[in-house]
Design a protein around this ligand. Structure first.
Ligand SMILES: [Zn+2]
Length: 186
């Protein structure tokens, strides 16, 4: 039944109760409370303490609500395309990268801090399809980060896992994910 509702949501795009339910909508704008696209952080000067990173955030972090710490929080594909990365990486824990075309442009989409054991074993994912659950807070699955989704969109087909860049002009190689997510999902 959930699958049918998801399909309806994908086709209806707007006004969908499934995506309006905060438990199920990872892309709810109320989740963007810490790091936006381009936010500069360093230890001692960050909305996240303790901070281990330095630089300009290439992504948006979607936080989890207090009542979601012990429940599975699903992550959905924001575009159509195959997974080109599905592995553990320092700073992320589980990370997957989807290769897509968005508005005619080749991009790679980084979904960070996932529980890799929940990622379906298939290569191609359609917009709105389940990609996996967020990893548990402060665990191997998130490389000891809080439970949240790091969503980055890098321009071009080259894989780039950088969560931060040191020069703000390098942000030009990335797309603000909110421009895509807000238009297509919310
Ligand atoms: Zn992040």
């Amino acid at each position: 039944m959930k699958k049918i509702i998801t399909l309806i949501c994908v086709f209806a795009l707007a006004g969908c109760t499934l995506y309006q339910d905060h438990q199920l909508n990872i892309y709810n704008p109320e989740r963007i409370t810490k790091k936006e696209f381009g936010t500069y952080v360093e230890p001692g000067n960050s909305p996240v303490e303790p901070e281990v990173f330095i630089g300009y955030h290439t992504a948006i972090d979607f936080e989890t609500f207090e009542d979601e710490q012990d429940v599975e929080v699903p992550v959905y594909a924001i575009c159509n395309g195959p997974l080109v990365v599905n592995r553990w990486a320092q700073g992320y824990g589980g990370v997957i990268v989807q290769s897509c075309k968005i508005n005619g442009m080749d991009v790679t989409v980084v979904y960070g801090h996932l529980d890799l054991s929940s990622v379906p074993l298939k290569d191609n994912f359609k917009f709105g399809e389940f990609l996996g659950y967020l990893g548990d807070a402060y665990s191997y699955e998130t490389d000891n980060e809080r439970k949240h989704l790091h969503l980055g969109i890098h321009k071009g087909s080259e894989i780039n896992l950088l969560g931060y860049v040191q020069d703000p002009t390098e942000l030009e190689n990335w797309i603000n994910p909110w421009e895509i997510v807000n238009l297509t999902i919310n």
